[in-house]
Design a protein around this ligand. Sequence first.
Ligand code: UFG
Length: 322
Amino acid sequence: MSKILVTGGAGYIGSITTRHLLAQGHQVVVLDDLSRGHRHTTPPELLRIVHLQDTAQVEPHLEGVDAVVHFAAYIAVGESTREPELYFSNNIGGSLSLFAAMARMGVKRLVFSSTAAVYGNPEKVPIPEDAPFGPVSPYGESKTTVERILGQLDQFRGLRSVALRYFNACGAEPENGLGEEHEPETHLIPLLLRAIESGQPVQIFGTDYPTSDGTCVRDYIHVSDLADAHVAALNHLMKGGASAQFNVGTGRGETVMEVLRVVEEVTGKKVPFTIAPRRDGDAAELVADSTKLRRTLGWEPRRSELRQIVEDAWTFFQRGRG
Ligand code: UFG
């Protein structure tokens, strides 16, 4: 059993990863300022309400901690283009403050929430980890910068870290009452479900991409499988493993219209939609080459069939929220 500090543990992926860590027998402390996370997602006895940028407030919570899993960040790509300073300050500033506190307290293992957005518009799909960085939004830039900083901290602080580059996180764990609760919501699957409920059409952003049906292709990965990747990354670090970066995706891609059709099949309802222009910054196709994660950490997706993802998201949407 290890003692793990989870920053941003009241958010979507953080709360579900916390459950997986507890199920493995780890002791967990959750740091969250609840600016975007939700109090009800975290067992109250584990939650510490702390601003990550306040280094002195963070330090005492690192006492006796074996490793940190660092989720805390703002995640909306569109918002980041309107408020870049907010994203740099929160995502880079918050991380730096955490790393300074870790250095003071002698904590030398970290799993970092990164993103496919570090690649921008990749030259090659499926995308391997050694593809060049090319972020096209302040959000992507903030995560890229933190990954670069971690490279230096490995060398000069002996901080061993694993960066997990998520593709399209989705799905839910309705059995734990946990799933996506972003406000405002920008992600495709919850928006399709909301459109069914409200009758307000969802916009399909672009039907003229060079893909099978003209809509964008994404690699949808179930949040449960993402959480498992964090547990595997922690085990790697606890065994003395070296710093590394891994894509977390299935290696399969689905178009927006394919996702919409699966939502209709699972729910038995029509999704009202309208065709809209392309959304700024959307790449035509983002699919992970996840060979490295499978080979190095023995990770395999278990719940990421699109039908399963949508069933879980729908169950959570209908009864699991709040
Ligand atoms: N889409 C629509 N209509 C909507 C919302 C989305 O057509 O109302 C489309 C998008 O254009 C895109 C696909 O559905 O083609 C998926 O969009 P999401 O917003 O759900 O996800 P993204 O692929 O844009 O973003 C995800 C993560 C980001 C991360 C990015 C990495 O949410 O955090 O992948 O590229 F940065």
